[in-house]
Design a protein around this ligand. Sequence first.
Ligand code: PLP
Length: 455
Amino acid sequence: MTIRPNSIEARDVARVMHPYTNAVVHEKVGPMMIEGGDGIYVIDNEGNRYIEGLGGLFCASLGFSEQRLVDAAHRQMQKLPFYHSFGGKSHDTAVELAERLVDLAPVPMSKVFFANSGSEANDTAMKMVWYYHNAIGKPNKKKIISRMRAYHGVTIASASLTGLANNHRDFDLPIDRVLHTECPLHYRYANPGESEEDFATRCADALEQLIQKEGPDTIAAFFAEPLMASGGCIVPPPTYYEKIQAVLQKYDILLVADEVICGFARTGNMFGSETFGMKPDIITMAKQLSAAYQPIAAVMVNEKVYQALREGSGKIGTFGHGFTYGGHPVATAVALETLKIYEERDMVNYVRSIMGDFQDGLHAFADHPLVGNARGVGLIGALEVVCNRETKEVFDPSWGVAAHVGERALKHGLITRALGDTVNFCPPMIITKAEIADMYARARLALDETHAWLQ
Ligand code: PLP
């Protein structure tokens, strides 16, 4: 595409620096300008409609035209457009949202701390973990374990938790308090002939060995996203969390569940922790909390953690952490309305009623010559693209084969996202069975054309 001088595309190239974008390529190809939304579709500035097969960034659960959320924001803007929560100030929507979240929590929880993004929520959780251990007199427990291929955000701390090379390389990360253990992707990392359960045991053993090597008295917390969405929809094998949690309990290590993507019905339960049997001490959430209509995130802590934070703040004189916009009235009002909609439309059961079609459609790609593995849970899934289905060999990354599938999909009116060697699906949860079939028909064209391109 040539970029017309003085067009909005040219102005974008001149002035906007994009996240997760190759700036050199972007200067040549320019942006894709999105102007509107309608249900599961977004519309570009030439009027083309696209199924948003990734719900934006795994977040637009109610699609792109939910009037009730617009109205909730408008009402709150008129009533109280801003106030903060510092120094004991509060407002009703933040209180109601905190109450609602504690009610919905998959395990007993005590308090909610608001932030604006998933990264901030995970940063906050890390700081709470350190503050907690200082407060309970275990100041040496400072190291945090995450997993290779995990995604927990991009701030200095949360990017350190993230276990992906591009988030570390040349950013001088990770920081040295963060360690990474095995990624629980059986398809890629199991030994030949190893069962899923044996692989889960090996992952838990590897965690224990890491803890032993570093010294159990130095390990503070384990961060885990129930299924690892941005790493390429990595679904842990059966018994994985059971075995991991036994190790954490043995060494008195906190579990933090990152529910930023899995939270709010995505996996067929309100939280991914329920789907995978996790019993976290701290839960972080964002994205579908407000259906992405407002930036908001939350950190929920159990009573044990809260009591220590309370003690610490009493001793020091304040809990010296907080964001100007944390618990913003408009964001909390929109999140509350989102949760009302989930309840009224019985979103968990709606997802359950369509996830069979979603997963069947995904697994129907397992025979495709480019697909080595189809995997997913609930309404999220990915296809791993390989050049040899027998050996699982991947294509040379410089060929950008998964990205090519994404480009072809775009031509057929479907937005997906290539993450490494995977093509990912996480549509708005309001999608219908007919729309799921349409989405996969478009994805099949993209895969077939990519296959033909490679011949
Ligand atoms: N945690 C998980 C599991 C995520 O998928 C993401 C973003 O995709 C984040 C944290 C970071 O969230 P944000 O981009 O809002 O900072």
